[in-house]
Design a protein around this ligand. Structure first.
Ligand SMILES: Cc1ncc(COP(=O)(O)O)c(C=O)c1O
Length: 391
């Protein structure tokens, strides 16, 4: 028997990959699936962006390998976008590294910075990849709590001093997923000061700034002293409905991002040129009006999801950023997994249990806004008809 590597024992198959198989079985049994589970934008990018991709794909010269660190024009477009969106000036040649989606970058930076035995401070709840990437790089995640009572911001004074001193990386993600919480400038400044005090590489994962924004888009790189110690990941997946294109970036001063390229250039070989050209077009031309129209669709969906939330006796904050609703399950529902399974197996309604984001998510479920109004209406109707089963 040929055994897979021991590092695989440190992790599990990605939750959504496993869940997709269970969902497929329910679908095969004839039940219609209403999937509120995954944060996959169902709306298309601006049609002019698709035209730009198409036009570039028709060019016979655009099908070869591309530069490891992205085309100069893509880096310029990212830099312009950071300037106009976040007021952050970046040198396109040295301070931006395009990625095949930000998810891969979270792995690359972990591999580039963590030695076996190193630790990374990881939010609980948080995007599962921060911890998994840390483990695959031979490191250990040290979880810090995010709590509803602190508006899901890190209580920095509660982070163990020795853990902070020993850690190499600190992961943050504002606007936050899964909670939808935002960090103000002063909240982020406190985190930057903390990272400087303990000599941490601060990694902000920032893909949700333009999705139902609750404040002016904010980059960690705009804060005092941040550029010395911080990098920021961003992505067109959620901001521009381009999740399947796989395009994102990491920004920061050259000394901090160069090791990521050193690692990454040994793994992949550039990004398909038409995707880069479509992204350039999107970064330069998709305007506020497009974002507002897209966000008004999400806002309408959110309102409808709140009907489900109320009928199920859940509680949630409406004023959240990003493409999810993070809802608390009432005490009378003892087992959240059982509740989520009942919704799937009896009614075809798929939610994500908050536990997959860490123990502080145990009493929560997450709804995605990537579901069409007609389908949300169907879910509302199903829950209305079966209300007594949840009483
Ligand atoms: C917090 C967070 N970071 C990163 C990602 C990955 O985004 P990308 O599509 O750019 O890889 C996601 C995707 O769901 C996310 O929720």
């Amino acid at each position: 028997m040929i055994k897979p590597a021991e590092r695989l024992d440190l992790i599990e198959e990605y939750y959504f990959s496993k869940r997709a198989k269970e969902i497929a079985k329910v679908r095969e049994s004839g039940k219609k699936i209403l999937n509120f589970s995954i944060g996959n934008p169902d709306l298309p990018p601006a049609s002019s962006v698709i035209d730009a991709l198409y036009k570039s794909a028709r060019n016979p010269n655009n099908h070869g390998y591309q530069p490891y660190a992205g085309t100069p024009e893509l880096k310029e477009a990212f830099a312009e976008w950071y300037g106009k969106t976040f007021g952050v000036e970046l040198n396109p040649a040295t301070e931006i590294l395009p990625l095949i989606g930000s998810k891969e970058g979270l792995y690359h930076i972990s591999m580039a910075y963590l030695n076996p035995g190193d630790t990374a401070l990881v939010p609980n709840p948080g995007y599962a990849v921060y911890a998994v990437a840390t483990k695959l790089a031979g490191g250990t995640p040290i979880y810090y709590d995010l709590d509803e009572s602190d508006n899901w911001l890190p209580a920095l004074e509660k982070i163990d001093e020795e853990a902070a001193r020993n850690a190499k990386i600190m992961w943050i993600n504002y606007p936050n997923m899964p909670t939808g919480a935002v960090a103000t400038k002063s909240d982020l400044q406190k985190i930057v000061d903390f990272a400087r005090k303990y000599d941490l590489l601060l990694c902000n994962d920032n893909p949700y700034s333009l999705v139902l924004p609750q404040q002016e888009p904010l980059s960690v790189l705009s804060l005092d002293g941040a550029k010395e110690i911080a990098v920021e990941f961003n992505s067109l997946s959620k901001s521009h409905n381009m999740a399947g294109w796989r395009i994102g970036m990491v920004a920061g001063r050259n000394e901090l991002i160069a090791p990521i390229l050193k690692f990454m250039s040994n793994i992949n070989t550039g990004i398909f040129k038409p995707i880069q050209d479509g992204a350039i077009y999107a970064l330069r031309n998709v305007d506020e009006k497009w974002h507002e129209e897209r966000n008004s669709i999400y806002a309408k969906r959110k309102e409808m999801i709140f009907e489900i939330i109320e009928m199920l006796g859940l509680t949630a904050n409406k004023k959240t950023n990003g493409m999810f609703v993070w809802a608390k399950v009432p005490e009378k529902i003892k087992d959240v997994d059982e509740f989520v399974d009942k919704l799937l197996y009896e009614f075809g309604i798929v939610l994500t249990p908050g536990r997959i984001f860490g123990s502080n998510g145990n009493r929560f479920v997450r709804f995605s806004l990537g579901v069409k109004e007609e389908e949300i209406a169907e879910a509302v109707e199903i829950i209305r008809r079966n209300r007594d089963k949840f009483a």
